[in-house]
Write a protein that binds this ligand. Structure first.
Ligand SMILES: [Zn+2]
Length: 236
């Protein structure tokens, strides 16, 4: 490779990749500089382009969620590493894939900004980062629109996956608030979460944005889990 013709930031990236070889987002195998997934995973794991958008459980309005992968196998391992074990670098890969998915699912949506389902301030401090915010901010850049932290979690709640379906709906009520009164007013918003299960958390956040005057809310998530999958998992 001719270094003389490369832009400085690409040279820096290349040097970092040489020092710390990148690893496959899904299986952890070392991949060539500039790559994010290995050949085997690229062949096996494909974004579920054929999967329709999920309608969220919102009573008076239809809000759809596009997601990338079913939450299983290597995708599950990858998302858990990202969420709990500091694999923050996965965010760039998910965001790039999600951008393509969002463009297909919501053509011509003209989003004013991207936002995300927030962790509580305590949880973010404990973890050191908010995984959905990382994906949403990078997704915003891919889509060429701003990222805005327009929601905050105002009180803690019980962990969703330990609860039954009805309890989950109740558990997220009143937990999220708008940041700034006019944050959503008249805006078309793309709301991002990492994993969608029953959809109650996303629906509650979408509802807060719509009550705050949002013109439209669409959602995007990295993975879609089925409730029974998550109820059987203690690691989420
Ligand atoms: Zn791999």
């Amino acid at each position: 490779m001719k270094m003389g013709k490369m832009k400085p930031e690409r040279i820096a990236r290349f040097a970092i990749d040489l020092l710390f070889p990148p690893r496959c987002v899904f299986c952890g195998a070392v991949v060539p500089p500039g790559s994010q997934i290995c050949r085997e995973c690229a062949a096996q794991i494909r974004p579920s382009g054929e999967v329709r958008c999920e309608p969220l459980p919102l009573r008076d309005r239809k809000v759809l969620c596009a997601f990338l992968y079913p939450y299983e196998g290597k995708v599950r391992d990858s998302v858990l590493d990202f969420k709990f074990h500091g694999r923050k670098e996965n965010a760039a890969f998910y965001a790039r894939q999600l951008a393509a998915r969002v463009r297909l699912a919501f053509p011509g949506a003209g989003f004013d900004f991207v936002t995300s389902v927030p962790l509580s301030a305590e949880r973010k401090k404990e973890r050191g980062y908010d995984q959905s915010e990382l994906v949403a901010a990078k997704l915003a850049r891919e889509l060429g629109v701003p990222y805005r932290a327009s929601l905050k979690k105002v009180r803690g709640n019980r962990v969703q996956h330990l609860l039954g379906r009805l309890e989950r709906a109740e558990n997220v009520k009143g937990v999220y608030r708008l940041v700034g009164q006019d944050a959503a007013d008249g805006k078309r918003i793309l709301l991002v979460d990492d994993i969608v299960t029953t959809g109650y958390t996303l629906a509650e956040c979408a509802s807060v944005l719509l009550c705050g005057g949002a013109a439209d809310v669409s959602c995007a998530a990295v993975a879609k889990a089925f409730p029974e999958q998550v109820e059987n998992s203690r690691s989420l």
